[in-house]
Design a protein around this ligand. Structure first.
Ligand SMILES: C[C@@]1(CC(=O)O)C2=NC(=C\c3[nH]c(c(CCC(=O)O)c3CC(=O)O)Cc3[nH]c(c(CC(=O)O)c3CCC(=O)O)/C=C3\N/C(=C\2)[C@@H](CCC(=O)O)[C@]3(C)CC(=O)O)/[C@H]1CCC(=O)O
Ligand SMILES: NC(=O)c1ccc[n+]([C@@H]2O[C@H](COP(=O)([O-])OP(=O)(O)OC[C@H]3O[C@@H](n4cnc5c(N)ncnc54)[C@H](O)[C@@H]3O)[C@@H](O)[C@H]2O)c1
Length: 197
């Protein structure tokens, strides 16, 4: 997983797919500039909220200057191809209609706090990726946000206490047991137990 916090990203196109990519980039903390003669409603909201910059124009090669990540998401194959051709060798590029020209791909992703689950099919069926992601959404429900906090807290404390390494591993495995996953009470009891060590 890349850390793109604060990194500049250029999204070419202002339609539905450009907006989906932009939201993903914003969640990851990138600074997004959109290049497009027009933008759809949701993108317009992001622009009004100052969450993205929008340069209202058709794509030109210079627009990619300084970008760490480049997304080509227009409805024109020629324009998307031109974005791919003009990207530098050190820029990460995603061309939404030409996987072969992309240097990275975007999976269907589910996040629950610190938990990230991504599904990809190597381009065979993005629809299957979406369906599997939806199935996982039910199994890994919102209770995992708190559960991940619990796991991180315990791991942080175990790193600090002086205890036999094999015992630490034992506890790290123990807390991933299903009985802990859904029981906040068990999580609390375990934290109390740790405080007493
Ligand atoms: C998972 C997801 C993430 C996201 O995009 O955010 C995603 N596509 C999604 C949906 C989706 N995409 C398409 C349909 C219509 C049905 C169909 O065509 O099958 C649907 C279904 C729908 O919308 O429900 C059309 C489509 N997609 C690609 C092409 C070009 C090609 O295949 O050549 C075309 C034809 C375009 C055209 O006709 O011009 C290519 C890619 N799509 C990828 C990702 C990458 C491979 C991921 C993988 O291997 O699974 C890759 C390679 C792009 C990349 O490089 O990143 C997202 C689900 C999000 C979610 O709900 O979570
Ligand atoms: N990867 C995927 O998951 C996926 C899924 C569906 C579709 N697609 C592909 O994505 C493309 C875009 O889909 P969409 O639904 O977002 O289309 P859309 O029609 O909603 O949006 C296209 C955008 O591109 C902009 N544009 C056109 N010419 C431009 C130029 N010269 N410079 C800058 N911007 C320009 C338009 O102004 C518009 O904002 C589709 O054509 C399709 O090939 C990919």
């Amino acid at each position: 997983m890349l850390n793109i916090k604060g990194r500049p990203a250029v999204v070419v196109g202002g339609g539905k797919i450009a907006c989906r990519r932009t939201i993903g980039l914003l969640k990851a903390g990138a600074k997004v500039t959109v290049i497009s003669p027009d933008i759809q409603e949701q993108m317009n909201d992001l622009w009004n909220e100052n969450r993205v910059d929008w340069v209202q124009k058709k794509f030109e090669a210079d627009d990619l200057h300084g970008a760490f990540i480049v997304i080509a998401a227009t409805n024109s194959k020629e324009v998307n191809l031109s974005v791919a051709e003009n990207a530098g060798v050190n820029q990460l590029v995603n061309i939404v209609d030409e996987p072969e020209l992309s240097t990275f791909h975007v999976p269907a992703t589910l996040t629950r706090g610190d938990l990230t689950i991504s599904v990809a099919t190597g381009g065979a069926s993005p629809t299957l990726s979406r369906i599997i992601r939806s199935e996982l959404e039910e199994k890994y429900d919102n209770s995992y946000v708190g559960y991940l906090d619990f796991l991180a807290t315990v791991r942080g404390k175990l790193k600090q206490v002086s205890m036999d390494e094999s015992m630490k591993i034992h506890y790290l495995i123990e807390i991933t047991n299903e009985s802990f996953q859904k029981s906040e009470e068990k999580q609390r009891e375990f934290l109390e137990f740790l405080e007493g060590i």
